[in-house]
Design a protein. Structure first.
Lengths: 349, 349
DNA sequence: CGACCTATTGATCGGACTCAAGGTTGGTGG
DNA sequence: CCACCAACCTTGAGTCCGATCAATAGGTCG
């Protein structure tokens, strides 16, 4: 695995290089943007880490020049910067950067970010794979997709800040969405303004396909939970993928059938189970979805949990208090830790 | 439209012939089973009406001999009989008869039955059409299916008496089911034994496809509501239809997406709406589904309505009493009549 | 006609929603 | 760095909807 680091500060460059070589990567360096672009085009590394603040050609320029060349446009790109300004962050993400590391960074953060991005080249293809196979065990066969071709050609990047809408109920779908980084939830609202969360999505997942597939206006709204970078795939590309590849179509049929059954299960749950049971289920659902990202604990707002369980915020809080008392969970500030996963998972009453 | 009547009683034959000719059909007659089969094979009528009790070759034999010849096996077949015994009824239905008229019959019943069956030759194809187009306005293009071929070749007939299970939760799906006549409901059960009805199906509809498509055990149970004649289509045939016909696959994707969205809507409903609203919605749902069959009123058991609305039987009854008081519905015995459809449909509280 | 099932009404009880009032936390700007 | 504000979390009190239990009436089937 070849990694290219573009960084004008010699100390930082050496340090980072050493760190990554210790971890077992082959690393090359470039001392400024121009050289960086040149090396990138010549050696086609598997990953590029690039500083933003550099004389002459800055990080944004580097990313831009690499993105217009098909050969380099798909190489994972991580920004490295002292700036922690949200505006800059968004600018980089909109250009198509894959991650953003703020100096000074922890070694572990760098390594983790690198590994995550490396394991994700051809992410879209892999994501679509697990997408249509319903996230199931069996591997869906999309290997005969030409490896040199991207799954989707015309995609745009867009960044949404927390609580920004990605799309609104009753709007017309134009895109299939793919989350490069961040978190999105979809929800429906009833006449009284009460919300029910219908979907939780994270990094490397697609969303917004139901309304697209049923060829109708959006039946729910989608909102970014955290700062989220999204790839917008024109619906025509999505449709042509489904229409031209039988295995994708079949995968969708299977996945959608599964979803129908899951929703029916939730209906049964919502119809007859107590709030306690529903909150327990909601916690587990959230836990299963995001536990990798928040090993430290669940960062879920009480209101969101209420809107997953289909109850009121106060009821959720009271239930959580009970769970604490019974030793099922513990909490520290807004963060929830699951202490007794097994019992919570089999919660009955 | 040619109709063949096979009936050994000359009076009945003449009477029926006259009746149908008056309605505008071309009618030929046969005075016994043997002749009936002969005429049927020669003239290939569009519909056959046949008495059961006949000397020499009885109605069952006629049906049997016609069903083993591919040329005549798909002709709609109506039994005419003085017997009203349920055993006989089921015997006829199992052999593949399409309807069953008991003598003495009302003229209107005969005409209605004939028209219904005639409008339904190639029923399966038409049913699959509206099935995959999600019952929507647009016609789905399945015209290039060879007209001389049945959609499915190997199908079996089976008759289920009221409250008999068609399939059981956790069983393994082998068939796609198609209702020739009757009514089926599917439901899930929770740990406390409470039921939630997940699907209502009637004549000319398919059911049991979710578990088939997601390739897993049944996630719900199916039960016959009334005496129901079902066609069992082996899953292999169903799969080959999906795999070989792109338009069918696409239709399924669209239909399933629609179902997901509908289930989500129900979730929102169940989560936040009052029992009254849910009962109103349940009534409307039932009404929309079966109003053609029961112009006279809805024959729904209170318990079923409760299991659609996700509430208890008593609550349903109390709500119905209120609706009666407010003039939204009226009732006569177990039958419910909808008096103010509009208000019921827009029920808010 | 008796057994059984379904529909209906009454009475009671409790879970969960609502409203209301602090308490915490985190972010922002002076 | 601290003060302030807004957003979120938490707890309390009161209320009501809807589930449950129980009893009766009406219908149906053998």
């Amino acid at each position: 695995m070849n990694i290219l680091i573009i960084e004008d500060n010699k100390d930082v460059l050496d340090n980072t290089t050493e760190l990554l070589e210790l971890t077992g990567y082959k690393v090359s360096g470039a001392i400024n943007g121009k050289e960086g672009v040149k090396v990138a085009k010549e050696t086609l590394p598997d990953l590029i880490i690039c500083d933003i603040m550099m004389p002459e050609m800055d990080g944004y320029d580097v990313l831009y020049y690499l993105s217009i060349d098909p050969k380099t446009s798909t190489i994972p790109f991580i920004f490295l910067t002292a700036k922690s300004d949200a505006t800059d962050f968004r600018k980089g993400m909109e250009l198509g950067a894959d991650d953003y590391l703020t100096k000074p960074f922890e070694e572990i953060d760098l390594i983790k970010s690198v590994e995550r991005r490396l394991s994700k080249s051809n992410r879209l293809k892999k994501a679509m794979n697990s997408f249509v196979s319903g996230g199931a065990e069996e591997e869906f066969d999309m290997e005969n997709v030409d490896e040199n071709h991207e799954l989707f050609k015309n995609k745009k990047n867009k960044v949404f800040r927390p609580k920004n809408f990605v799309y609104l109920q009753y709007g017309s779908p134009i895109y299939l969405y793919y989350i490069k980084k961040g978190q999105v939830k979809t929800f429906k609202t009833n006449e009284d303004g009460k919300e029910l969360i219908t979907g939780l999505y994270k990094e490397n997942e697609f969303f917004g396909y139901h309304s697209l597939l049923k060829d109708d206006e959006y039946s729910d709204s989608a909102i970014a939970v955290v700062e989220t970078q999204v790839e917008l795939i024109p619906k025509e590309e999505f449709f042509s993928l489904i229409k031209n590849r039988r295995e994708v179509a079949n995968g969708f049929i299977k996945m959608l059938s599964k979803e129908v059954v899951e929703k029916e299960e939730e209906l049964l749950n919502l119809a007859y189970n107590s709030v306690k049971k529903r909150v327990a289920d909601g916690l587990i659902k959230y836990f299963d979805k995001y536990s990798q990202d928040y090993i430290k604990g669940l960062q879920i707002p009480r209101e969101d949990l209420a809107n997953i369980a289909g109850t009121s915020t106060e009821s959720v809080i009271r239930t959580l208090s009970e769970f604490k008392r019974d030793g099922l969970i513990s909490a520290e500030g807004k963060t929830i830790y699951i202490s007794n996963e097994k019992e919570l998972r089999n919660y009955k009453y």
